[in-house]
Write a new protein. Structure first.
Lengths: 290, 391
């Protein structure tokens, strides 16, 4: 079992024939992801990586029955691409593109919500169900199948966390990179209950960052709704105030959104909070051997 | 990207948001000319830097004669202004804004930002103008009126009414003026992909007009491509030179106070690396995200930028190789050490795809100041040790 995606999920790629889209779609296919086609306007009817190319998402969905779209279009066109996917009846859009204007994402997410489409990202590594389905840019080989669910704002910390979990002899059910932009799709609060409901998942790793209050909301939610053990790390304890740390959302202004505040809230919710990402693997081992 | 007050006020004027008359000046003579043109009888001489708290730092002063404008302009231009937002090193004042003095009856605060929880813009207004809004939010949160606006319907009459009643503005003419002010400001926020607008203070004059006495604006960097007019307002002298140089090479750099230089791929892991250095008793000298590629060129540039900081005693390169394999990154690092003269010890931790091959490459290279580490904790420990040894 897993959450959201598995080996049967039919996936299309928006921005299929571009450089990034091509490279990563190829990697996903090699991993075993069921990619059924892609969309690039004016290239409809062609074949790319052995899969059909369509002019519109609607054409792609009608022909292939795809339910998930992996989006690689350039930042200026992301808002449009997400809305097109929602309009065509896609159920989950995984937005990899970095640098999408916040205003565009604000409109796109409102429309997606209206149409009942879930989104992941933007500016994220994507989602992977270990040894079944990779929709994104993560190195597939480090995700061994197992019993730990992972949710992370950061790309490379997703890899770091998954690698440590696997090195301790455990593995991953599904890992989701939710992205660190000001407006994102699925967040801790929506993903935690999915892992809670997934029989294969026995523990959850959640990796957060300074800025915003998603982790605080997650802490409240965990306290009331999650029975499985949760291990958390919050990046940016040593980050200075008022400075942006790479991710648009990773900025602390005033008292809101500090690492300390988030760590305390999570601890109070019964979460095993680690001070360094180097301790994630060990902490998972500890909570699972209890 | 942030802009100066005088630039924000140009945008305000284009959208019908009232401000006092003013002219930007880059020399004392120009300041005097500006004052003559404005006519007086009272002028405000304001330092133009990208930081708040200018008044308390001595960068905003009132002049009652042209001579006084000259004296103040001479005093403020070229001074290093230190405020709570500039850091102890302060900022050099290179531009002034000479403005008509205003008849202040009372002061408000008005700001627009993204409400992340609601995922829509929120207008924040308060009768506590002139104070830091963070302080108001902490001490007297009931004095802040928050009105979130769904951008699909835009600024409606009821939003305006919530604002004026919340602020206790009772005169009907004044209500109309304030609502128009806020609605125009909201239009700027949406049209220009603004990240933050803050007017503090927004004043009510004796005759019941509302004027933006200050103006602070920041823009969404990801949207600057569609706003060449805003991009043209960029003042590079206000930006950190090292951070800017790093940005040109696709690196994201922020300097800190510690001793261990960090070079990491990915923002989250970069912060996590800083946290780990701190955890094992060291101090990070910087945040540096080399992005997804980590080629010899970007690593070399990273070394160069890190080593500009004389406090750096050791460097910790922490790369989690994903799609880009570790063996290639190891070769890139070795090549980079040939391109840049790195005199401090460099601890390298490479993990992920092909990590064992990478470790072998580093070992065989046998470079004296390159130390291989097996994982994040080991790397942080070795970097802290190396920094101690280098003292």
């Amino acid at each position: 079992m897993s959450i959201l995606v598995n080996k049967d999920t039919k996936v299309i790629v928006q921005g299929f024939t571009g450089k990034e889209g091509t490279f990563h779609a190829e990697q996903c296919i090699a991993y075993g992801t069921n990619i059924v086609g892609g969309v690039t306007p004016n290239k409809g009817g062609q074949e790319h990586l052995g899969k059909p190319v369509f002019n519109t998402v609607k054409d792609a969905v009608n022909t292939t029955g795809a339910t998930v779209s992996m989006i690689f279009v350039p930042p200026a066109f992301v808002g449009d691409a997400v809305m097109e996917a929602a309009d065509a009846g896609i159920e989950l859009a995984v937005i990899i593109t970095e640098g999408a204007p916040v205003k565009d994402m604000m409109y796109a997410k409102m429309y997606a919500t209206k149409k009942g489409m879930k989104t992941i990202g933007p500016n994220c590594p994507g989602i992977i169900t270990a040894e079944e389905c990779k929709i994104g840019i993560m190195p597939g080989n480090i995700f061994k199948k197992g019993n730990v669910g992972l949710i992370s704002k950061s790309g490379t910390l997703t890899y770091e966390g998954a690698n440590q979990v696997c090195n301790e002899g455990f593995g991953i059910t599904t890992a989701v990179g939710i992205g660190g932009d000001p407006i994102i799709g699925l967040s801790y609060k929506q993903l935690l209950p999915m892992f809670e409901a997934d029989p294969q998942t026995e523990a959850i790793v959640m990796i957060g960052e300074i800025g915003g209050d998603l982790e605080i909301q997650a802490a409240k939610f965990i306290k009331e709704n999650i029975t499985k053990p949760v291990v958390a790390f919050i990046a940016g304890q040593t980050a200075p105030k008022g400075k942006r740390m790479g991710h648009a959302g990773a900025i602390v202004s005033g008292s809101a959104g500090t690492a300390k505040e988030k760590m305390e809230a999570l601890e109070a919710a019964g979460v095993k909070v680690v001070v360094s990402p180097a301790e994630i693997g060990k902490a998972v081992k500890e909570v699972l051997s209890k | 990207m942030n802009i100066h007050e005088y630039q924000a006020k140009q945008i305000f004027a284009n959208y019908g948001v009232p401000t006092p008359k003013g002219i930007m000046a880059e020399s004392v003579d120009d300041a005097v000319k500006a004052a003559q043109e404005l006519g007086g009888p009272i002028w405000v001489v304001k330092a133009q830097i990208h930081a708040g708290g200018r008044g308390l730092g001595g960068g905003v002063k009132l002049a009652k004669s042209i001579d006084e404008v000259r004296t103040l302009a001479d005093e403020i231009l070229g001074m290093t202004l230190v405020t709570h937002q500039t850091g102890p090193e302060g900022k050099l004042v290179q531009k002034l804004y000479i403005e008509d003095g205003a008849d202040i009856k009372d002061e408000f605060y008005l700001g627009i930002v993204l409400d992340r929880a609601k995922e829509m813009p929120v207008i924040m207004a308060s009768t506590e103008g002139g104070m830091e809004i963070e302080k108001v939010a902490e001490e007297t949160p009931e004095k802040i009126v928050k009105v979130a606006i769904d951008p699909t319907i835009g600024f409606q009459g009821f939003h305006g009414r919530e604002l004026v009643f919340g602020l206790g503005i009772t005169d009907k003419e004044e209500q109309k003026k304030f609502i128009k002010f806020a609605s125009n400001l909201f239009k700027i926020y949406m049209d220009k992909d603004v990240e933050l607008i803050e007017i503090n203070p927004l004043i009510r004059t004796g005759s019941g007009d509302f004027l933006a006495l200050d103006g602070k604006m920041g823009f969404d960097d990801s949207a600057l491509g569609r706003h060449p007019d805003i991009e043209a307002m960029r003042d590079i002298s206000e930006e950190d030179a090292d951070e800017r140089e790093a940005g040109q090479y696709g690196l994201s750099y922020v300097s800190l106070d510690g001793e261990i230089g960090c070079m990491v791929n990915g923002a989250g892991l970069a912060m996590g690396t800083m946290d780990t250095i701190n955890y094992v008793g060291g101090t990070p000298a910087n945040f540096l995200d080399v992005g997804g590629k980590a080629t010899a060129e970007t690593v070399a540039k990273g070394f160069e930028i890190i080593l500009k900081n004389p406090k750096v005693k050791a460097i910790f390169v922490n790369i989690f190789g994903g799609i880009v394999r570790c063996d290639r990154i190891a070769n890139g690092i070795l090549e980079a050490t040939k391109m840049v003269d790195v005199k401090v010890p460099v601890v390298v931790r490479l993990d992920g795809t092909n990590a064992p091959e990478a470790a072998e490459i580093l070992q065989n290279a046998n470079i004296e100041n390159v130390i291989a580490a097996t994982d994040l904790l080991d790397g942080a420990n070795k970097a802290v040790e190396a920094a101690k040894g280098a003292k």
